[in-house]
Design a protein around this ligand. Structure first.
Ligand SMILES: [Zn+2]
Length: 120
């Protein structure tokens, strides 16, 4: 699967986003090393800070299915990942992140998105 196809899978998933407050529909698709694709969408809440981003949902779904950091090849997102999600992408040690930014498909490594990320 190409990075563009992964972002297209994210775009398809974004139709299921729950974003009644911002109406900003975001989708994400994680390509696991075994070839599976796990999608996520942003899920908002009336208590705004409780909302979750699409890529965190995708990574959480993958975790619930037994996936662990290092087992995800790439994540495609329909928008540039926020700062918190950049930390998640670093934790999950994905090879690359493909996302749409101002109409352009960008592909970055997590350490390019968040240099010197927090580690324990
Ligand atoms: Zn985020």
């Amino acid at each position: 699967m190409t990075d563009r196809e992964l972002v297209q899978a994210a775009e398809a998933a974004s139709r299921n986003a729950y974003a009644p407050y911002s109406e900003f529909m975001v989708g994400a698709a994680a390509l696991l090393r075994d070839g599976r694709v796990v999608t996520g969408v942003n899920v908002e809440n009336a208590a705004y800070p409780l909302g979750v981003c699409a890529e965190r949902v995708a990574l959480s779904r993958a975790a619930a299915e037994g996936t662990r950091p290092g087992e995800i090849e790439a994540v495609g997102i329909t928008a540039s990942p926020c700062g918190g999600c950049r930390q998640w992408l670093a934790e999950w040690a994905v090879d690359r992140v493909a996302f749409l930014h101002e109409g352009e498909l960008l592909v970055r490594r997590p350490d390019e998105l968040l240099p010197d990320s927090f580690v324990l």
